[in-house]
Design a protein around this ligand. Sequence first.
Ligand SMILES: *Cc1c(COP(=O)(O)O)cnc(C)c1O
Length: 372
Amino acid sequence: MGEKNRAWIELSRENLAYNVERLQSLIPKECRLMPAVKADAYGHGMVLIAGMLANLGIEDFCVACADEGIKLRQAGITGQILVLGYTYPRQFDKLVDYDLTQTVVDSHYAQELQRFGKEIKVHVGIDTGMHRLGERCEKTEAIRGIWDCDHLRITGIFSHLCVADSPDEKDRVYTLEQIHKFEQTIEELRKSGIEGFSRHLQGSYGILNYPWLAYEHCRPGIALYGLLSNEEDKHRCSVDLRPVMELKTRVQSVRTVYAGEGAGYGLDFQAKKDSCIAALSIGYADGIPRELSGRGHVLIGGKKAPIIGRICMDQMLVDVSAIPKVKAGDEAVLIGGQRAEQITGEQFAGWCNTITNELFSRLGSRLERMEK
Ligand SMILES: *Cc1c(COP(=O)(O)O)cnc(C)c1O
């Protein structure tokens, strides 16, 4: 278990359970959540999060690569683990050894998997318009041909939506077309007598904006962590989701910087008056973007401390002139609440000119992760 020493992440099991319940209540009850816990569960800590989700009755999970799948198996996950991305042939034996389910990224790859010569569980990816992974949906013969690969144990078929987050009319039309193409592909297969597999299409925004789709699985990531990609989406969303993560660090030193002096690399911060400056023990090596230099604030003593100067590799500076009695060891909240104040992940990502998905998934391995 992690310790609250230098900089750490606190996870709320309660909020995670709440989000699971909220998302599950939106969709048909036969549709099972198969959470995306890739990229260390979007920075939250994959093993901790998957353990909590397993305790809530969730069995199946999505990861980005075989190595993540192996880590999940070793942590005791017994359900289906779907590898969403490409696995290099050299690692095919790992898929078998750890009972991972591989995505068929196109029909050429199906042949590659077939040539391996051992039974491998797969879900067939269908490209309905994102043009990233999956066999193109109009290539019906090539798709049907995947079922001729006798070493592939095909247990699922899926596609991915690429503008499901957008409320614009043209994007809604595009998404409805993607849904239609996915259904058509399934119908074509059914006509050839191919059926009896799990179907899934929706990530978080697919669930929130197209909740009526009744498939066997869905693949929520960001929303399960109580986040949307940005503040605008958050304001637009009527579903109450609660943040699972709080990100905290400590004050390591406090000093006066006198009027006319600079502080930090490049001396970017220039004191207009005598100022009280605190150094915090977290930096860009922990995943705090340099983009945050001189923008936004953290919470110390329940008050806002503006971020000043450039973010360093392991440290950052804040102005605590307006906060009385700040001392080394005090907690500083970067994301989360302190007394009456609150900094949301969406707000923080906005200061960094990015989306929560990127900000959170880049949080570093040096941060301790623990349950609150
Ligand atoms: C990452 C990913 C998801 C989860 O997406 P969110 O928007 O975070 O819910 C679902 N499906 C695929 C294919 C993904 O790559």
